[in-house]
Design a protein around this ligand. Structure first.
Ligand SMILES: C[S@@+](CC[C@H](N)C(=O)[O-])C[C@H]1O[C@@H](n2cnc3c(N)ncnc32)[C@H](O)[C@@H]1O
Length: 317
């Protein structure tokens, strides 16, 4: 944790400022310490360079497992490609110049694939996550000067209102108990004039079958499901067979990325999370309006993806 993060943080219980005690530094960062609220005296640990505002990963344990197992798979810098950068471009509509010099909140940072992009584009990014994905994110990008990683819950974040210039949440809010409430919980943290981009699941063609499978898979032991999800690796070749492939994809949808670890990860990511809500773009558009946003734009992919995904961005008025 960088010292400059302390000024951005406030006590999630009473919004008091923090002082840090019992500090142990390593390579200039706070490796361990205690954030003590100067107002209510509550304290929160800094462990392994990460301030912790939650005690457990509760319902997101599958993400703790997933992002530490597959910490490197979607990181452009570790794979010498620009897959995540291109994805960030089309999911948010932002370009590098939009992030330059801005303070940006990544709501649900995972292993840090998009925070990596924002930081390389010259933004200062704070990535929060409820799960132990924060360990993977810290390992991947946490030592950069313009990156901060915090373990915290969307519903109780330790920041002052109107702290951030921009915010984004990619594939996260629908994995909380209530997507709409999660959306509502983060809006106050955005400055007026700032933009908020979200990516949410929509109602896709394949979901009828995968939703049925999920009734079983979400109850399986995580390690078992991890090995089971590797079925996506050979199924990729089955999906290429005319007619049979299409039928197989309908009956048992699995990820189809050319990279074998990526399709294993994405298949696990689909079948493991406890919550996985789906939304429509008019519904999400209304949320933006109700929260006082303007300049609302819908970013859509062509073909079937426009149904299975909602990418939207708005400006807080
Ligand atoms: C599918 S992952 C997406 C991660 C990242 N945005 C990405 O696209 O690679 C969803 C993330 O949301 C996080 N998450 C779910 N509920 C959360 C909550 N209440 N507070 C903070 N993070 C949460 C999970 O721990 C998980 O890392």
């Amino acid at each position: 944790m960088k010292e400059k993060l302390i000024e951005m943080l406030v006590c999630p219980s009473c919004s008091g400022a923090f002082i840090v005690e019992q500090v142990r530094y390593e390579h200039g960062d706070i490796k361990e310490g205690l954030l003590v609220c100067t107002s209510c005296n509550k304290s929160y640990k800094v462990l392994e360079f990460i301030p912790r505002f939650v005690d457990t990963d509760t319902y997101v344990d599958s993400f703790s497992f997933e992002w530490n197992k597959f910490y490197d798979v979607q990181m452009d810098i570790l794979n010498d490609n620009d897959e995540s950068e291109r994805t960030f471009l089309w999911k948010t509509g932002w370009k590098p110049e939009d992030m330059q010099g801005k303070l940006v909140l990544d709501v649900g940072v995972g292993a840090g694939r998009f925070a990596d992009v924002v930081s390389r584009w010259g933004g200062e990014v704070v990535g929060i996550d409820l799960s132990y994905a924060v360990h993977a994110a810290y390992k991947n990008i946490g030592r950069r000067d313009n990156v901060h990683i915090v373990q915290a819950d969307i519903f109780n974040l330790p920041f002052r209102p109107e702290t951030f210039d921009h915010m984004y949440s990619i594939g996260v809010l629908h994995h909380t108990p209530d997507t709409r409430k999660a959306f509502h919980a983060v809006v106050p943290l955005l400055k007026k004039g700032g933009e908020f981009a979200v990516f949410l699941y929509g109602h896709g063609h394949y979901h009828a079958f995968s939703d049925r499978w999920r009734r079983i898979t979400t109850k399986l032991p995580i390690t078992f499901l991890y090995y089971l999800s590797s079925i996506a690796v050979p199924l990729y070749y089955v999906h290429k067979i005319p007619f049979i492939g299409r039928a197989a994809q309908f009956l048992l949808p699995t990820a189809n990325w050319p990279d074998r670890r990526w399709r294993w990860l994405d298949t696990f990511d689909w079948y493991a999370p406890k919550y996985q809500w789906k939304h429509t773009w008019p519904e999400v558009f209304q949320w933006y309006k109700d929260e006082g946003f303007g300049d609302i734009e819908l970013y859509q992919l062509e073909k079937e993806s426009s149904l299975s995904q909602v990418c939207m961005r708005g400006r807080k008025m």
